[in-house]
Design a binder for this molecule. Structure first.
Ligand code: SF4
Ligand code: SF4
Length: 412
């Protein structure tokens, strides 16, 4: 596709990247078939091809975006299903990220929307406050209106589980070290996932050191680059100080962002170098984990039928396919494939709070697909997806299931 950026615009590294992506798009429309928002809304402006046109007009004109443009771009999940489908290799992620930065700089949202977005970000990034708010939300869910009600309903679905036993495993003095970031929302909702992950890694003789840091993904995808960069700098410094062999998290959405830290600092040579050096050592938990040598013997576990939902951030963001399924099968679990597994469940970071109606439609579609398999439990590798899909069947993180298979606590 032809573009008409002025040379001075292309001095901005984000715009340069976006321009390259725009040039690659041939407008074939293959991506519309796999775009979750197009499937539920049926509007070309809510498809990748339509959004690419909106982004091009917005960025080239370098003007304040219209309310219509912002509405259709806000509805994008950043699931990157379109990137996986695209035969031309369009990097949609560069486009939507640059578009969000442009909107944050040039568009003034209404007072309620601005306040709500700031409150969501403030809350999600403070685990203690978030945990407390989740308890209140569960109590007041029936009487809260609109978006607040949707938030409360979601908090109600996933209650924090108390694992029956908490234990750590020792590793040898020569064991390689992994820095495990605890993140923000997951630390409040399900700290037991990281405990399970540490035991899974310890059985491979990998030592885990934890850091109570947020990666900044939520802030970045909401267009708040300042907060995102502050988080990212703290993470880079912590990784350098820890002298760890690798960096990981048990939320695949956060890992996808950590792997992309280089582009967050585009145009800042000193930080780009450090960010890229760190990003090269980032591994998803599923890449570091191993299945136990002996498949699980527990009768209750073998009787389960697991629907494994691969998070978009894993399959489309990190482009890791089949790893979760392989680990669970090797651990002795019985898995069933979910139809249309490439489609997003509607969680997408803060999306389910900011766009609750679309998120609920996508959740319903995903649960219909899961129900059709006869599954008795849902597994995934991202706290957002697990929370989004909670409420009907039991849910468990892949780390908890692998831990259980090797003698850890039963997670459900
Ligand atoms: S993003 Fe890819 S699949 Fe979608 S219209 Fe452009 S070239 Fe076609
Ligand atoms: S990122 Fe997801 S929701 Fe957004 S345009 Fe692509 S497929 Fe559609």
């Amino acid at each position: 596709m032809r573009t008409a950026f002025r040379p001075e615009q292309l001095a901005d590294p984000h715009l340069k990247e976006a321009e390259h992506a725009l040039r690659t798009c041939v407008h074939c429309g293959f991506c519309t078939a796999t775009c979750p928002t197009y499937l539920v809304l049926g509007d070309e402006r809510d498809s990748p091809r339509g959004r690419i046109m909106l982004i091009q007009n917005m960025l080239e004109s370098d003007r304040r975006p219209t309310r219509e443009t912002v509405r259709h771009l806000d509805r994008c999940l950043s699931c990157l299903g379109c990137r996986t489908t695209c035969p031309s290799g369009v990097d949609y992620s560069a486009l939507i990220d640059t578009a969000r930065l442009h909107i944050a700089k040039n568009y003034r949202r209404g007072p309620f929307q601005s306040l709500f977005r700031s409150a969501v970000l403030y809350l999600l990034m403070r685990p203690r406050l978030f945990a407390f708010a989740s308890v209140l939300a569960r109590i007041f869910a029936p009487v809260l209106p609109g978006k607040l009600g949707a938030m409360a309903k979601k908090a109600k679905r996933r209650k924090r589980r108390k694992t029956k036993m908490r234990f750590v495993l020792r590793t040898s003095p020569e064991a390689p070290k992994v820095l495990l970031l605890e993140g923000c929302a997951q630390r409040a909702l399900a700290p037991e996932i990281d405990e399970a992950a540490a035991r899974v890694l310890a059985r491979r003789d990998v030592k885990t050191e934890t850091a109570p840091l947020c990666c900044g993904a939520l802030a970045y995808h909401m267009g708040n680059v300042g907060i995102a960069k502050r988080c990212a700098k703290r993470v880079i410094e912590a990784f350098e100080d820890a002298k760890a062999d690798a960096l990981t998290m048990t939320a695949s959405g956060c890992v996808a962002f950590l792997k992309d830290y280089g582009s967050v600092f585009a145009g800042e040579p000193k930080w780009v170098e450090r960010a890229q050096a760190m990003a090269a050592r980032v591994e998803d938990f599923s890449e570091l984990a191993d299945a136990p040598k002996t498949p699980i013997a527990d009768e209750a576990a073998r009787a389960l039928t697991i629907a494994y939902h691969p998070p978009c951030s894993l399959q489309h963001g990190q482009r890791i396919h089949g790893r979760g399924e392989q680990l669970l099968k090797e651990a002795g679990f019985n898995l069933v494939p979910i139809p249309d597994a490439h489609l997003c469940c509607g969680s997408a970071g803060s999306y389910s709070l900011l766009q609750p109606k679309i998120a609920e439609q996508l959740r319903a579609r995903k649960l219909d697909a899961i129900r059709s398999t006869g599954a008795t439990i849902i597994a995934s590798g991202n706290i957002g997806c697990l929370t989004q899909l909670s409420g009907e069947l039991p849910t468990a993180h892949i780390a908890e299931l692998l831990d259980w298979a090797a003698g850890g606590p039963k997670p459900i």
